[in-house]
Design a protein around this ligand. Sequence first.
Ligand code: NAD
Length: 317
Amino acid sequence: MKMVFTELKEHVDLIRDAFPDDELIIFDHPLEEEQLIDIARDAEVISVFIYTPVTERVIDSIPSLRLIDTRSVGFDHIASKHAIEKGITVCHVPDYGAHVVAEHVFALLLASARRIPSADAFVKNERRFDFSNFLGLELRDKTLGVVGTGKIGAAVIEIAKGFGMRVVAYDVYQNKSLAMKYGFPYLHLEEVLGKSDFVTLHTPLTPDTHHLIDATAISRMKKGSILINASRGGVLDSKALRDALTSGHLWGAGIDVLEDEAHPERDLLLDSPNITITPHSAFYTKEVLQRISQLTIETVRSYKAGSPVNRVPSEYL
Ligand code: NAD
């Protein structure tokens, strides 16, 4: 069986060893549409990470394709609906430990609330100890608005409770047992935005969530609040966020994802004030890489055995 892996840098030997009888073609970088079509022309399996789009054209150009696997939680870079309609199985990593992203959310929130990146740069550049430009905000007794209470949103809520925060949440699906366990209400999105001192986004990127947080939504947020986005760049309108940071409506923002991550140099947010940006690294821990490799092997093995696991959830297609 011919399998093409892109963006695979870690545990290459582990994956090769798991499929000794198959032809594995492995790239440590993303492939563009044309390159992927050319290289995977007679492949049965394509396994990618987030920067190799598997478009309708890719799918239509590779008649031998039977399994598309993305080694990520998000699968908005895969034309999943089209693939599934053509009888191709689409799998992802359903959960490599939601706490990983949740921990990074708090790193971004604390970095923004306490102005950590600029304080660090000041001390190192100026070689002076002067706290006067780094007035911070506390987390305890503040309200955290969680938009999307799936696996990552739930892990964020658990940590928030440890910080002594109140939580309010919005989701199209209300998880009653989660709300009961952590004692928070589900509200309309507008109310969540209006009541929260900090808002964090955890929905997938779908046609419904594209620019869910736009200029109108941001104008509903409290003055002096903080917005965190570690979901997908497209959930948030970058221009609206840039304007809210420039006008001082928001205290700050913590961002792990951009609207166009292939061209970060063009992104408006890079030059915005009071923003902490990380390069889609919320998931990227030593422990996660091991779990992703194991889940990838499990997905491909289960496909070869005739009953694939880790299929993408059909409700988002
Ligand atoms: P999940 O499927 O467990 O949860 C998503 C939640 O969003 C669900 O509760 C769902 O009901 C809700 N939702 C869907 N559409 C909605 C809408 N229109 N309005 C409100 N809520 C809606 O997913 P998860 O594991 O919590 O991951 C969430 C997202 O985080 C992923 O889709 C992915 O894009 C992103 N992610 C980012 C990183 C990173 O490194 N930055 C890592 C993993 C995942």
